[in-house]
Design a protein around this ligand. Structure first.
Ligand code: ADP
Ligand code: MG
Ligand code: MG
Length: 250
């Protein structure tokens, strides 16, 4: 589904991704772990097409479509969803307005009819209930005054409504208490666990992986994948830290 080959990317004059290769098959969840500053968030920004992140070599395709050639909104229409480590606030725009605009823009680009206000609210209610987020929260301005956990749950409601083919989730577990972690984990499984979907789950902690079981775990360090394994690799890293795998890779 997602195929990244020899990806190199700069932020300013500094090379951050240095030959990253990774393939996620349909129906699979892959976790990416790695030390601070490894380039994990940079990878998600580069896949999303954030300005200021310059790809200097390599390829990234989603179901054969060259992502790097598309504008950010075209990548979303192609089925890519990004969950951010630090969700942005959008003062003056409610979640409901924002999500309905976003969904109908994507539907329009795919040649589908827009959802009516009533149809949209029904869908929003269903996804809010799944994430245990009060509908009143969705009527408020996007992320303004939301707690860390509310931002992450609102973001998963957004994912449920947009129903992407592929999600890159950057530290979706940060700032969540134990109950919210389970709710968000269940939400990810319910929305994204399907034979024609895929997930790249970027996380510092193995605990989210208790709820969202990865098929593969990769370690990203110094801008490339240095080792890969199954779920047991995440447990090993939690026990031993990154030093061992980084020395072995060196
Ligand atoms: P991670 O998410 O793995 O902790 P990041 O991708 O956020 O790492 O950052 C990787 C490296 O790129 C870090 O050394 C960071 O300081 C640097 N970096 C990221 N964004 C910028 C930026 N906008 N300007 C300068 N350096 C940046
Ligand atoms: Mg970090
Ligand atoms: Mg990061």
């Amino acid at each position: 589904m997602l195929k990244i080959e020899n990806l190199h990317a700069n932020v300013g004059d500094t090379e951050i991704l240095k030959g990253l290769t990774l393939e996620v098959g349909a129906g699979e969840v892959h976790a990416i772990m790695g030390p601070n500053g490894a380039g994990k968030s940079t990878l998600s920004y580069v896949l999303g097409g954030r300005p200021g992140y310059e790809v200097t070599a390599g390829t990234a395709t989603l179901n054969g479509v060259d992502l790097l050639d598309l504008d950010p909104h075209e990548r979303a229409t192609a089925g890519l969803f990004l969950g951010f480590q630090y969700p942005v606030e959008i003062p003056g725009v409610s979640n409901v307005q924002f999500l309905r605009e976003a969904l109908n823009a994507q539907r329009g680009a795919r040649g589908e009819e827009p959802l009516s206000g009533g149809e949209f609210l029904k869908l929003a209610r269903e996804k809010a209930a799944l994430l245990k987020l009060d509908m009143e929260m969705l009527k408020r301005q996007v992320n303004v005054g939301f707690s860390g956990g509310e931002k992450k749950r609102a973001e998963m409601v957004q994912m449920g409504i947009l129903d992407p083919k592929f999600a890159v989730l950057d530290e979706t577990d940060s700032g969540l208490d134990i109950d919210a972690l389970r709710t968000v984990g269940d939400g990810i499984n319910s929305i994204m666990r399907a034979p024609d979907k895929g997930v790249l789950l970027i996380t510092h902690y193995q605990r989210l992986l208790d709820y969202v079981k990865p098929d593969f775990v990769h370690v990203l360090a110094n801008g490339r994948i240095i080792t890969s394994g199954g779920p047991e690799l995440a447990l090993q890293l939690e026990e031993e830290g990154y030093d061992g795998v980084m020395e072995a890779a060196a």
